[in-house]
Design a protein around this ligand. Structure first.
Ligand code: ZN
Length: 204
């Protein structure tokens, strides 16, 4: 599938049925799978640091961080589990799995689409400014597994650094963030967070 046709707002408006069908298949894959050990390690880290403010800022749209148990998750690219009137009024509801065809907003009649940010659309302002606030007040910021190329999603670690947080990059490969980070750890997310949990809780 050409991402321009199925994952961009222009492609969606050209052929809503095709984009909708592709997104429905994607949602099917997400629903059939579940959080992996990396998600669970991150949720465990939140439990082990209970009493501290802990926020996950994610570009993922699959909902797995919340499913794994993280309490405060900011999904800056939205979620596949909801539909929303992005083009006009913001009406939103859960994506009914039986809803196999694109439909118009019951409130304003604009075309509704799954509540993820498509190419050519702006990020949700409310979610992104919450991500900014959390980044600015962080003591420690882990930037995990992102290539650090998609703007503006790459901004949070820069905000965190600018207000004095320790920034720890966790990535098997160097990225544009590596020079800015206080620590650049060449590791996958799973190995890193499992190891960190073991340090905090050595007998687990
Ligand atoms: Zn609407």
């Amino acid at each position: 599938m050409d991402p321009d046709e199925v994952a961009s707002i222009a492609g969606f408006l050209r052929n809503p049925q095709r984009a909708w069908e592709w997104l429905r298949q994607f949602k099917g894959l997400v629903d059939d799978r579940s959080p992996n050990a990396g998600h669970r390690a991150l949720a465990r880290l939140e439990e082990l640091t209970a009493g501290r403010r802990f926020t996950v800022i994610t570009q993922n749209v699959d909902g797995y961080h919340a499913n794994a148990g993280n309490q405060r998750v900011l999904e800056i690219h939205g979620t596949i589990h909801r539909v929303r009137c992005h083009l006009r009024c913001g009406f939103a509801e859960c994506w009914d799995p039986d809803s196999s065809k694109p439909f118009d907003c019951p409130a304003c009649s604009a075309p509704v689409h799954p509540d993820l940010v498509m190419f050519g659309e702006m990020l949700d302002e409310e979610v992104f400014s919450a991500a900014e606030n959390e980044s600015l007040r962080a003591d420690a910021f882990f930037s995990v597994g992102t290539s650090f190329t998609a703007q503006p999603a790459a901004r949070p670690p820069v905000w965190a650094k600018s207000s004095g947080a320790r920034v720890i990059e966790v990535n098997p490969h160097p990225t544009a963030l590596s020079g800015l980070a206080d620590f650049s750890i060449r590791s996958g997310a799973l190995e890193f967070f499992e190891a960190l949990c073991r340090v905090i809780e050595p007998n687990a």
